[in-house]
Design a protein around this ligand. Structure first.
Ligand code: NAD
Length: 265
């Protein structure tokens, strides 16, 4: 990643998946700009970024706000001229609706979850691709709840399904510019975002007991895969959803009827 520059969107703290990918990218020589949605996260990112590189470019970007994405990329263009990669590690839904039944999702939360967790990738690809004259790589984070019913994941599963589909359409749009668009479907990791999902401990235990590797993925492992996806190591990979989940996608999750499955609650 030497002589490569990119934007990481979605560091909330040092437990964030985006931070693990940042560390892996930085270790290989990448220069990284960060975005933040609010003042509290700005403070945390500033402190974290200082541990990596002096005077990082850190820009406001609440992806739910009309002009924030174009403004952030305009500033990046002014500072750097061009970029080589973008990490989208952003998701949001009302935590009160990440428990119980999907059927109770409100219109307001449905639209907001889709806007922040899915549409933002499309707008980011549009703005980022305009400053990737030499091609590049864009990576989003998704979860198995896009494909299977995971208890409590609810509207986030619907948003992730749309995100994964967006990855394929965006890959087709940007392929002629040699810009690759992929997603990593990560196994469960304790972060600020995942702590808002109902019965998350139960889901983690289920994964630990039932994945082929019989354990949960570590955030460092997702970091290494993020490096692969954002580097030339994956130069012919695009439109892909890459599972980094200890293999429970292979088994499939039986959310309701699972008499043959070991469950530790
Ligand atoms: P996290 O809380 O560390 O990161 C979520 C980020 O989304 C935060 O930095 C937050 O500031 C940002 N965000 C929310 N609303 C925003 C907005 N309006 N504008 C800009 N940023 C906004 O949690 P994480 O688990 O590291 O999540 C990163 C990504 O990984 C998400 O897309 C999440 O769905 C995905 N993911 C997480 C897991 C897991 O088990 N933790 C598994 C699979 C996928």
């Amino acid at each position: 990643m030497k002589n490569k520059r990119g934007v990481v969107m979605g560091v909330a703290n040092d437990a964030s998946i985006a931070w693990a990918i940042t560390e892996a990218l930085h270790k290989e020589g990448a220069e990284i700009a960060f975005t933040y949605p609010n003042d509290a996260i700005h403070k945390r990112i500033t402190a974290l970024a200082e541990t990596l590189q002096p005077e990082s470019l850190i820009l406001k970007c609440d992806v739910s706000q009309q002009d924030d994405i174009p403004n952030a990329f305009r500033q990046i263009k002014e500072q750097w001229g061009s970029i080589d990669f973008v990490l989208h590690a952003i998701a949001f839904s009302d935590r009160h609706q990440l428990t119980g039944r999907y059927i109770n999702t409100t219109r307001e939360n449905f639209l907001n979850s889709m806007n922040v967790s899915c549409f933002s990738l499309t707008e980011i690809c549009k703005e980022a691709s305009a400053i990737m004259p030499n091609g590049g790589a864009i990576l989003a984070l998704t979860y198995l709840g896009a494909n299977r019913v995971i208890p409590h994941y609810n509207v986030m599963g619907v948003a992730k399904a749309a995100l994964e589909s967006s990855v394929r359409y965006l890959a087709a749009d940007l392929g002629p510019q040699n810009i690759r668009v992929n997603a990593i479907s990560s196994g469960t990791i304790r972060t600020a975002a995942s702590s808002g999902i109902g019965d998350f401990h139960y889901i983690m235990n289920w994964n630990k007991n039932n994945s082929p590797l019989r354990r949960n993925v570590s955030v460092e492992e997702v970091g290494k895969s993020g490096l692969y996806m954002l580097s030339d190591l994956s130069s012919a990979v695009t439109g892909d959803v890459h599972y980094v989940d200890c293999g429970y996608n292979i088994i499939g999750m039986k959310a309701v009827d699972a008499p043959d499955i070991v469950i530790e609650k």
